[in-house]
Design a binder for this molecule. Structure first.
Ligand SMILES: NC(=O)c1ccc[n+]([C@@H]2O[C@H](COP(=O)([O-])OP(=O)(O)OC[C@H]3O[C@@H](n4cnc5c(N)ncnc54)[C@H](O)[C@@H]3O)[C@@H](O)[C@H]2O)c1
Length: 271
């Protein structure tokens, strides 16, 4: 039986990495058919909008998409299309494994960890961003919910169980950001009590950065909030040889979108 998936080639190096990915999938002969859809700068040129309705509808229909990186203008312009997709399909779990590939030049060998990043709330989204008229003060709000924290913590523990992993580390900044990061940590602790077969560890994010560089082998599954996960997962890619080796999955209950961790890499596009 074949399954059709939506394919969005993306911006910058997107079309190049997609071509390589489709060659791999074709060699695996896993019964996939593709519906190619426009998104990003190509879509803006062709349809006047970077995320056409027909692209959204096709993802809704197929429920699985393979997506190249999409460029987001820095400081202004349209809001992130990646965030739009994560919101549209409530893709709450961003799963980013960092696993060493044999024969690849990298700082470490035998890295085998999975970052589970909350994907729908928190400081990364910066809801309600504003700048005062005098340009002196910028504001944004951070919203973390019990529901969001609980489902991501549960996802991490379930993943750990399914994959035979031993430990889940919750990375937070609850010592300083006592409400939003504190709620995430409290809920992670509660969920951990239901998974007594898996070790639970807590770590403050600044220490986690140093520990990842000094002794990355101590980590197994990491669960964290959106912005910390965004930053730490690039760090983890650096442990295994770079962003070109780092896959990511955005998982929701109704759809899943698979992509590289990296962006459109304009500095190497076409090379
Ligand atoms: N999920 C996404 O679609 C996504 C993720 C991150 C950034 N972005 C967007 O991408 C654009 C560029 O961002 P950036 O330059 O900060 O980050 P980037 O991830 O595109 O690139 C960072 C560095 O990693 C290198 N790199 C990236 N992919 C590589 C690959 N496959 N092989 C080898 N090296 C690779 C690049 O050359 C660059 O030096 C921005 O508009 C940003 O918003 C999109």
């Amino acid at each position: 039986m074949s399954q059709t998936i939506a394919v969005l080639k993306g911006d910058g190096i997107g079309p190049e990495i997609m071509e390589a990915t489709l060659r791999v999938l074709s060699a695996l002969d896993c019964g996939l058919d593709y519906e190619f859809l426009d998104a990003g700068l190509t879509a803006l040129d062709k349809h006047g909008q970077p995320m056409p309705d027909e692209t959204i509808e096709a993802i809704r229909r197929h429920r699985i998409a393979l997506k190249g990186p999409l460029m987001t203008p820095v400081g202004g312009g349209f809001t992130s299309l990646n965030v739009q997709l994560r919101r549209e399909f409530d893709l709450y779990a961003n799963v980013r494994p960092a696993i060493s590939f044999p024969g690849t030049r990298s700082r470490y060998e035998n890295i085998d960890l999975i970052m589970v990043r909350e994907n729908t709330e928190g400081a990364y989204l910066s809801d309600g961003q504003s700048l005062t008229d005098d340009g002196e003060t910028a504001l944004s709000s951070v919203r973390v919910t019990r529901k969001g924290s609980e489902r991501i913590a549960r996802y991490a523990f379930e993943l750990a169980r399914q994959r035979g992993r031993q430990k889940v580390t919750a990375v937070h900044k609850a010592n300083i950001i006592k409400t939003s990061s504190g709620l995430f940590l409290d809920v992670a602790r509660e969920v951990a009590q239901e998974y007594t077969d898996i070790e639970f560890q807590e770590m403050i994010v600044d220490n986690a950065c140093m520990q990842l560089v000094m002794n990355p082998h101590q980590f197994d599954v990491i669960v964290t909030t959106n912005l910390f996960g965004d930053i730490l997962s690039d760090l983890c890619a650096g442990l295994i040889g770079g962003l070109g080796l780092a896959p990511g999955a955005n998982i929701g209950t109704e759809a899943a979108i698979f992509e590289a961790v990296h962006g459109s890499a304009p500095d190497i596009a076409g090379k």
